[in-house]
Design a protein around this ligand. Sequence first.
Ligand code: GDP
Ligand code: MG
Length: 182
Amino acid sequence: DFETAVKVLVVGNGGVGKSSLIRKFCKGQFTDQYKKTIGVDFLEKQQFVKSIGENVTMMVWDTAGEVQSFRMDLKSSIGQEEFDAGLTSEGAGAAVLAFSTTDRDSFDTIEKWKGKVEAECGNIAMCLIQNKVDLIDRSVMTTDEAEELAARLKLKFFRTSVKQGFNVNEVFDFLAETYIKN
Ligand code: GDP
Ligand code: MG
């Protein structure tokens, strides 16, 4: 009896809540302390996938949030040989594209992030998240703008608050189900 494992990338500009999302999903913890992520790392968690009635191991990879060095981040995470062998693109089965409610630039850069992921990983399961919806009063994009972006990029869209634990599991449930279906 085989165990299914899927490598999930979480990408988006620095400060949008990528590391927080991963820590919340995998460990159930949240902290307000900001610690800049250097390089990449991953945490894992078992996710029950209803459609197959089985657990899938989600290996969730953190990235540093620089669109320019995305390739280098992946490279340092798996080692030169594996990278040269093209294992990066073969490895990832799903990705979260994340922006923050209070950071316009993180929203405007999403299309670039999608392009980077597609260039590295091809057409994998992906979704768009607007994090920090607990700060909706300080929002720097309208609801319509966010929904239009998701529609235009053909991405399933979630609004999350990692701080409040809102919609975090739903994101990974969607990715696991979509990965299994593909
Ligand atoms: P990363 O650079 O994308 O990995 O972002 P971090 O996970 O390090 O988070 C950046 C900052 O945003 C940290 O101070 C977090 O505590 C905070 N943060 C993350 N998620 C949320 C959220 O949903 N709401 C609020 N208000 N703050 C958040
Ligand atoms: Mg980080």
